[in-house]
Design a protein around this ligand. Structure first.
Ligand code: F3S
Length: 275
């Protein structure tokens, strides 16, 4: 049995940075509150909780004023509220997401209708909408844009094909289209590597939180090609998945620690040795 482990699996730069900032802020024993899970990975969230980094869904649940902004960023109205109420803000917005927010602001200033290509309920997309004064639209097959000058900003973790699709679909209706490619290259490498691995294996394992958008996308992409399983931990692995398999691939989303991927690989090696 051969196991192929993706080199680009594991925490991305933005998530690593957010976790480092949260841990540093909680070091003096003060609790730090994250508005929504700091990272879409239940094991890591539990671990952070033990370090005093607590997930809340609203400001009322906080016992002090230390608040961390997730790598996805935040709606500017929430940021303003935090600033007005003198919160101690630890801003872990990924610099690449911040860049996308700045592009949205720029497009609005220049009079373009902003079209965001992304998942409507993703926190990053909600934040981007906020930076357009909630006047942007989220791309879908059915949208009809009346404006003749549009500016496209993709979510950082979206597949390139979705951006390409939006461009092709909208270009006949406009006079001018400005496109900012804000897709994070970590996302591109991760998807590309998973595409290469899935072609040469019989079964693919995708490790990461079931609530993680980018992990779910990796899973969807892999399962369209080969039998694939999305797991959060080794306890979910079933030996029957590998009955006729000779090659297994492992990849992980941006919110999965590298150690978790290594643990799964070790577990599989053990499992295959015992067969
Ligand atoms: Fe940032 Fe890219 Fe991660 S945008 S949060 S480094 S996937």
């Amino acid at each position: 049995m051969k196991i192929f482990v993706a080199k680009h699996g594991g925490f991305c730069f933005g998530v690593t940075r957010a976790i480092r900032l949260a841990i540093e802020a909680s070091r003096n024993g003060n609790e730090v509150y994250s508005l929504g899970q700091l990272i879409h990975n239940p094991q890591v969230v539990d671990d952070l909780f033990k370090k005093g980094i607590i997930t809340v869904n609203g400001l009322r649940q906080m016992k002090n004023k230390n608040v961390i902004i997730r790598s996805h960023g935040i709606h500017p109205s929430v940021l303003e509220k935090l600033q007005k109420e003198n919160f101690n803000i630890i801003d872990a917005t990924c610099p690449r997401v911040r860049r996308a927010q700045q592009f949205v602001e720029k497009l609005v200033r220049e009079g373009y209708k902003v079209v965001i290509v992304g998942e409507k309920d993703h926190p990053e997309v909600r934040g981007l909408l906020g930076y357009a004064g909630d006047k942007a639209v989220i791309y879908s097959e059915k949208i009809a844009v009346k404006e003749k000058r549009i500016g496209i900003v993709p979510q950082t973790t979206i597949e390139i094909s979705r951006l390409q699709h939006a461009i092709t679909r909208l270009i006949p209706d406009v006079l001018e289209m400005k496109i900012y490619n804000t897709i994070c290259y970590e996302t591109i490498h991760r998807l590309k590597e998973a595409q290469d691995i899935v072609k040469k294996v019989d079964v693919m394992i995708i490790v990461g939180g079931k609530n993680s958008g980018n992990t779910t996308r990796l899973y969807e992409m892999c399962r369209a090609v080969k039998p694939s399983y999305h797991i959060e931990s080794e306890s979910e692995i079933r030996s029957r998945w590998f009955r006729n398999a000779r090659r297994v691939g492992i990849t992980a989303g941006a919110s999965t620690p590298r150690e978790q991927v290594k643990k799964i690989a070790q577990y599989l090696r053990k499992l295959f040795r015992s067969r």
